[in-house]
Write a protein that binds this ligand. Structure first.
Ligand code: UDP
Ligand code: MG
Length: 352
């Protein structure tokens, strides 16, 4: 994998941080402790290959004194049903840079990333979250760390091209970002969950207690100075995607409804428009009756009833979805539960 060769940089707007508030020690080259957070669900085919690549990249950054020697690669096992956790435990035995936590059951990609980030929050200076399948260019991490040293607290990994994706995947994915933005959820175009976040931002983010998680929409809400690093997306090294179209649509809907109330506003606007048309229709019908031009009109009545029943049901569904989300939020259930940590297996809870 080419080391950051395709990574290009561009600045984005962000709140400027007061320089005096910055700790000089933390910005010193080589002083930053990096934790790479990697969610894994049934990835036994991929992990042995990509774990090597992650370690190579980490060692390379350590050798270049861009990050601290005690940086870590944290695998988050998301309740895998195959030997993923066993592989993670073996890796942790082989090299002290590898560590792992295991969720008590499968809770989904977003919650797995969150679990890893919250674990890293108090132990690292910077975190990079990345999928474990090698699709995102591991070599772009160097450019991300450079951006951090240049003052960015959040660095978004953005896919410059999607040439390896099928037309369908590319079309649906790009429509997804456009739809999200049109609906008022601000997301960085073509950025998924490959990003560097400083623990300063993570500590603020920890106050966002919502259970309906959509990280790529929530992190920009935290603010702070941000920038982007561009890279080419590769094909999955092995195994299969866990995001079929149905899950992607679910994620898009979750993203919109957990970040924006625009669908409800649209329904209201549409309701007003329909009410206006109905009013004109009623006047027209009355005039027709007055002039005695009425016809049985069964077909038109049926069509109108069907049309509005449909619209009403869709509207009720959308509103119901928001109520469902409120229901889940008020329960305040834990968003992740960690059942095991590799360092606890060693009986050593401090040396990680
Ligand atoms: N993943 C997870 N929990 C899940 C599904 C996926 O932790 O329930 C992880 C998976 O192991 C991978 C990442 O999330 O590291 C992205 O999943 P995948 O590659 O299947 O999605 P795609 O890249 O096809 O959108
Ligand atoms: Mg993938």
């Amino acid at each position: 994998m080419s080391k950051g060769s395709k990574a290009a940089l561009s600045k984005e707007s962000g709140v400027k941080e007061a320089p005096e508030k910055r700790s000089p020690a933390r910005r010193k080259r080589g002083a930053s402790r990096l934790w790479i957070v990697i969610p894994c669900y049934n990835e036994e085919n991929v992990l042995p290959i990509t774990s090597e690549q992650f370690l190579d990249e980490l060692n390379d950054l350590i050798a270049k004194e861009k990050i601290a020697e005690d940086s870590r690669i944290l695998f988050v096992n998301d309740g895998s049903k195959d030997s993923t956790w066993q592989i993670i435990c073996d890796l942790a035995q082989q090299d002290p840079h590898f560590i792992g936590i295991s969720q008590s059951r499968n809770r989904g990609h977003q919650n797995a990333v969150l679990a890893g980030l919250m674990e890293a929050k108090d132990k690292a200076d910077i975190t990079i979250s990345i999928d474990c399948d090698g699709q995102d260019d591991i070599g772009a991490m160097e450019a991300m760390v450079d951006e951090y040293h240049n003052g960015s607290e959040v660095v978004y990994g953005v896919r410059s091209k999607r040439s390896t994706d099928s037309f369908f995947k590319r079309f649906t994915a790009e429509s997804f970002y456009k739809l999200l933005n049109a609906m008022g959820a601000e997301v960085v175009f073509n950025h998924a969950d490959y990003r560097l976040v400083s623990t300063r931002v993570l500590k603020e983010f920890a106050q966002f207690q919502e259970v309906n998680l959509f990280l790529r929409g929530l992190i920009p809400l935290v603010g702070f100075k941000s920038s982007s690093v561009y890279y080419e997306r590769h094909e999955r090294i092995a195994g299969e995607s866990h995001y079929p179209l149905s899950k992607m649509l679910g994620l898009a809907f979750d993203g919109i409804t957990s970040l924006s109330v625009r669908p409800i506003q649209l329904i209201t606007t549409f309701g007003c428009f329909v009410a206006f048309i109905s009013f004109i229709g009623i006047i027209w019908a009355i005039i027709d009756v007055i002039f005695g031009q009425t016809v049985p009109g069964w077909a038109s009545m049926t069509c109108i009833i069907c049309f509005f029943s449909g619209i009403q049901l869709i509207s009720l569904g959308i509103i119901g979805n928001y109520i469902g989300k409120i229901y889940m939020e008020v329960k305040h259930r834990p968003r992740y539960i960690i059942s095991e940590r590799t360092w606890e297996n060693d009986g050593d809870q401090t040396d990680i």
